[in-house]
Design a protein around this ligand. Structure first.
Ligand code: SF4
Length: 379
């Protein structure tokens, strides 16, 4: 019988190769694409094989993404910035993309690991508890993305054992064009995991159809008031629920919710109710590992930890609504290869919280013993 692990790994064959198939025998060069109207490009995109003059679907997606970014509406902010000309909108990202970390990791859901995770700088949300806060304030944080070099890195990680390419941020959506251009340089397909807040526009969802094998979708807030106050975002609930439905119709999806202290009733309960009503079979991962970072450290509510009562209440909600958490009944050490340890650069961050608790982020293996010793009262 096929396990969830098998299913997610088998998505490997869904991506990339069809994107390169020429849709007619007559070839054309990219200049023909650039002279076509956006309406015509969408028409070809949505009806491949009809009148595309031999360009690939991926070429079409790249050209459409370029057009969208000339008056940017990649996400629902719809800033209208001409990012090709170097203008920036809410996310602060222009025409270039930077990533500040890439490594094979095993911290995602068991069926998805070992995963080549790439963290891009820049995001279209401003969550007060963001653990990638350095890249929110500095969108040039990290390494400049170059399509050829990036493709080579992906190939190398794949050879080292990664079963997918996991694009994270910040938010990958704001880097769509550079990611598509990098995929064009891939020598062989690899499943694409879009690790996202799903606050993208419908146009972006259309472009991602056929690119993304699995959405790891963060369902962060259960109402627009909390989304605005904590995430700095408007029209949240309507936008992301629309995109969750669209994502589930075009590829595999796992929905996650990071529990926030004091937000079980206002956020988690409505999220759970929506999932139960609209996509009850979709795998759902409830994450109780909240730790305050960034502005949450100075926020009276968000600097707290979750209480055992809140975690118990959330568990009772998931049970009563019968959310699909069965997929995660896989031991996390199952099939975990050595590649999950120590590949790539890693900087350990130490946070001392207002309540005196100490949090380590990206803890090096060689520091683990020191921390365990401190935890046990010695050194
Ligand atoms: S990606 Fe979103 S936030 Fe960034 S410029 Fe475009 S519309 Fe604005």
């Amino acid at each position: 019988m096929q396990t969830p692990l098998d299913r997610y790994r088998q998505t490997a064959t869904r991506t990339a190769l069809p994107l390169y198939v020429q849709t007619s025998e007559k070839h054309t060069d990219i200049s023909d694409l650039t002279s076509a109207s956006l309406d015509n490009l969408w028409s070809v995109h949505d009806n491949p094989g009809t009148h595309s003059n031999g360009c690939s679907l991926l070429d079409l997606k790249i050209e459409i993404a370029k057009r969208i970014m000339q008056k940017c509406s990649l996400c629902e902010w719809r800033c209208g910035a001409d990012r090709a000309a170097g203008e920036t909108g809410f996310c602060g990202v222009g025409s270039e993309s930077y990533y500040f970390f890439e490594q094979i990791l095993c911290g995602e859901e068991a069926p998805v690991i070992p995963s080549h995770e790439v963290f891009f700088s820049g995001c279209n949300m401003r969550c007060k508890f963001c653990y990638s806060w350095q890249s929110l304030e500095n969108t040039s944080y990290g390494k400049l993305m170059n399509a050829t070099d990036f493709a080579e890195t992906v190939e190398n990680r794949k050879a080292e054992g990664a079963v997918n390419l996991n694009l994270i941020g910040g938010e990958p959506t704001v880097h769509l064009l550079n990611i598509l251009q990098a995929i064009k340089s891939f020598k062989s397909p690899i499943p694409i995991v879009w690790n996202s807040n799903l606050y993208m526009s419908t146009s972006t969802m259309r472009l991602l159809d056929g690119i993304v094998d699995l959405y790891l979708g963060d369902f962060k807030y259960g109402n627009d008031t909390c989304a605005s106050q904590i995430g700095g975002i408007k029209h949240y609930f309507e936008t992301v629920t629309r995109n969750f439905i669209s994502a589930a119709s075009s590829s595999d999806i796992i929905i996650r919710h990071l529990m926030l202290p004091g937000h079980v009733e206002c956020c988690f309960r409505p999220i759970a109710q929506w999932i139960s009503k609209n996509m009850p079979d979709v795998p759902f991962n409830l994450m109780p590992q909240y730790t305050p970072f960034y502005q949450a450290l100075n926020d009276p509510e968000l600097s707290k930890s979750l209480t055992p009562e809140e975690i118990a209440e959330a568990g009772s909600i998931t049970s009563s609504l019968n959310l699909n958490m069965r997929e995660w009944n896989i031991p996390l050490d199952m099939d975990r290869p050595a590649t999950c340890i120590g590949t790539g650069e890693l900087s350990t961050t130490v946070i001392i919280r207002p309540d005196g608790r100490v949090t380590f982020m990206h803890l090096h293996n060689d520091l683990l013993q020191v921390v365990e010793s401190l935890e046990n009262g010695g050194i």
